[in-house]
Design a protein around this ligand. Structure first.
Ligand SMILES: Cc1cc2nc3c(=O)[nH]c(=O)nc-3n(C[C@H](O)[C@H](O)[C@H](O)COP(=O)(O)OP(=O)(O)OC[C@H]3O[C@@H](n4cnc5c(N)ncnc54)[C@H](O)[C@@H]3O)c2cc1C
Length: 414
């Protein structure tokens, strides 16, 4: 652990050694803001100029305020205000020449041995992603040439490539939301994509800004429930084996298991399925959303402080403009609705791949002949459900209702 101030001093020293007279970055909006402020102060003391920009978002959280001068707590008015005031300006031209910094002593990245070896579990990630700016641009082009057409309805279906998969590229700044906005509007103007689909896509992009906006106004949002009273729900702390089954995709609910395995293999999960697995953890298993947030943080390639916390709190019902806590997703009905043929499940849960669409989302209702024909032995080749959904739903609603009544609990925002 570095002593307070030591990191800033080390950074300032490296900047001086490099010969740079200016340091430029995009702003961060969570607790890291304080770190950036300290670095800025130190660099300025050393005579180095610092310029920070809003390249990571469409709009600065501190510039977006309601009529009463506060931050937004509801997405729809936020989105309306953003659309009304936002124009994606032209990007600055690339610099023709870069004065290179003087060579600095540096470790060889291979010496850090970051790449897993025993075993190498990274194959699925390598296959799924092309990190970097050109990979991001290609991803955007391919999306606007194809899946954008029908995005408004197709974005909810995990069995197809109906979304942009830009989230990790956006997170790492390989492409900016302004570039995405401009390209999408361009595709619409050129008649390449229906306005309805473009609008829906841009509103999803705006959820990213909304999450950052919420984090800016409540930097504790990654740790504490936005509506604080939800931290006092009697979450089950002794559900370790169920939590483990959820992480490994072995809950016995096929759509949940498919999502958790897609996450483990590729570092990404479809948004609809994130909601289903999130509801399953926080409602069916009654485990605190923080456990899910932490697992996603460790496994997602797009893991993002603001979006992850906001996504989890939306599902749990504890967040700003969240789903009401009494909305409990039924994992069977969700599977049947959004993966009607069962193709998504068949892909990620191959031990069920020979089951018919009729049974694939609830194999425990198939008769012995159907199971035998599909090569499935419940409790052996595939688990039986680890909870009964109807009973778990009731348990969750009782616990949430009791937590919501607790008089000692303070509402952060009403
Ligand atoms: C429990 C839970 C956890 C989540 N954790 C993260 C996370 O750590 N990082 C992350 O980027 N997203 C997170 N999301 C939001 C969403 O699932 C992903 O942004 C989306 O699935 C990324 O896929 P895509 O790029 O194909 O999205 P598209 O549908 O193509 O959307 C375009 C872009 O808009 C943004 N976006 C879309 N939906 C949302 C949303 N609901 N909230 C915020 N931004 C959105 C993303 O930047 C995305 O790349 C989470 C959602 C849930 C329910």
């Amino acid at each position: 652990m570095l002593r307070r101030g030591a990191a800033e001093a080390e950074i300032a020293k490296l900047v001086k050694e490099s010969g740079a007279d200016t340091v430029v970055w995009n702003r961060r909006y969570g607790p890291a803001r304080k770190i950036d402020e300290r670095i800025k102060t130190r660099l300025k003391q050393e005579g180095v100029a610092v310029k920070s920009y809003a390249g990571a978002l469409l709009a600065e959280p501190f510039e977006m305020t309601t009529a009463s001068g506060e931050g937004y707590k509801v997405f729809t008015p936020f989105w309306k205000a953003l659309q009304a005031g936002y124009q994606a300006g032209d990007p600055h031209p690339e610099p023709r020449k870069l004065k290179c910094a003087r060579g600095l002593a540096s470790d060889d990245i291979d010496d850090w041995m970051l790449h897993p070896k025993a075993p190498d579990w990274s194959g699925g990630l390598t296959q799924a992603w092309t990190p970097g700016e050109s990979g991001a641009r290609k991803q955007l082009r391919d999306f606007l040439d194809g899946p954008i057409d029908g995005y408004a309805s197709g974005r909810d279906l995990p069995d197809r490539d109906g979304t942009s998969r830009l989230s990790p590229h956006l997170h790492f700044g390989e492409i900016s939301p302004a570039q995405v906005w401009r390209a999408a509007r361009h595709a619409e103007d050129a008649g390449g994509a229906p306005g309805r689909d473009i609008s829906k896509f841009l509103s999803e992009l705006a959820w990213r800004d909304f999450s950052a906006h919420l984090l800016f106004h409540d930097p504790e949002m990654g740790r504490l429930s936005w509506r604080r009273k939800f931290d006092d729900v009697e979450w089950r702390k002794s559900a370790r084996s169920e939590l483990d089954a959820w992480r490994r995709g072995k809950t016995g609910y096929p759509i949940v298991d498919a999502g958790m395995r897609q996450l483990w293999t590729t570092g990404w999960m479809h948004n609809r399925v994130r909601m289903i697995v999130g509801s399953f953890l926080t409602k069916d298993l009654l485990v605190h959303w923080r456990e899910g947030e932490a697992w996603f943080w460790d496994t997602l390639v797009d893991a993002d402080e603001a979006n992850n916390a906001n996504g989890w709190q939306w599902v749990a019902g504890s967040g700003a403009d969240a789903a009401p806590y009494f909305r409990v997703f039924n994992p069977v009905l969700q599977g049947e609705k959004f993966d009607p043929e069962g193709d998504y499940v068949r892909h990620w849960v191959p031990e069920l791949s020979h089951l018919s669409a009729k049974h694939i989302h609830h194999p425990w209702t198939a008769d012995e002949d159907a199971l035998a024909e599909a090569g499935v032995t419940l409790g052996d080749t595939y688990p039986r459900p680890i909870v009964d959904h109807a009973a778990a739903r009731k348990r969750a609603l009782d616990a949430y209702a009791a937590g919501a009544k607790s008089p000692s609990l303070e509402r952060r925002a009403s």
